[in-house]
Design a protein around this ligand. Sequence first.
Ligand code: SF4
Length: 340
Amino acid sequence: MPSSLVIQTSFLGDTVLTTPLLVQLARRGAVDVVTTPAAAGLLANHPAVREVIVYDKRGADRGLGGMMAMARRLRAARYEVAFLAQGSWRSATLALLARIPSRVGFATSAGRWLYTKRATYPAEMHHAARLLMLARPNGREPLPDELRPTLFPGDAERIEVSALLASHGVAAGERLIAFAPGSVWATKRWPYFEELASLLAADGRLVIVGGADDSELAAGIVAAQPAAVNATGRLSLLASAELIARASVLVTNDSAPLHLASATGTPTLAVFGPTVPAFGFGPLAPRAVVAGSETLACRPCDKHGPQRCPLVHFRCMKELVPAGIAEQVRSLLLPPDATS
Ligand code: SF4
């Protein structure tokens, strides 16, 4: 059976969106994945993955020495093909130094000169579909079911989440409404989660997911609604997915938790400010609503979202008022047939 290596050292959400590609490749043979220390845990228990190889490109494995050591490790595994899901020159050089004979990536990527096969970058597709198409250039476009990311929280994550909820007195079966207020990019943070918390407090128990960097945002929400459960910085990524899976709805910015909810199938209200789903990173959960200004001429203004609004007014987010978002969240809390 041929063995494949997938190199994905980009953002956390990209790792989640690589899972449909991994599932596709696993039908052909063993699949190993090179990824970052932060993202590695996401792929734990994944049945499509034989081994997760941690490449700490900014830490323990940094520099040429770290790359050479990683290349030697990969060379020993004798992979037949590498899929460059992350397109940097560094990833391409790593695959070359690992002497992987077939190296597949996008024709638009920085590392393309080192690829043996350059696939067209299908800009119009969802990013999960773009990555999956690396495994079948010229093949048919993926069906919605093939596109859904997959994650596999295990017993450890279930226990972790149950303990956290129990410590806050959350009763079994209590309806959970998850908030993910953070983002690395400041303009991608919708500024009204605190107000939304007050509007939705009677609709379910609020739980706030995110990393330790989001704890200040979470503290503001807890100040507005003291019964809210602050899980920021307290759960692994896979346990965060488990918590989102237990929620009846997730309200999120255009950030990694959106993709966790796509994997868990949690109904999703995704708030997009300076970015748009057409970039390829919209929600894939079966029930999802995107909130974003459709008429603002300055939008989108940046691939990722700038740290400050270049026009200062920040209307792309400020015009998305909490009452409107609360109404959309409540529509997702209704059974699907009640909204049709
Ligand atoms: S320029 Fe427009 S899209 Fe960009 S951050 Fe400002 S309001 Fe939002």
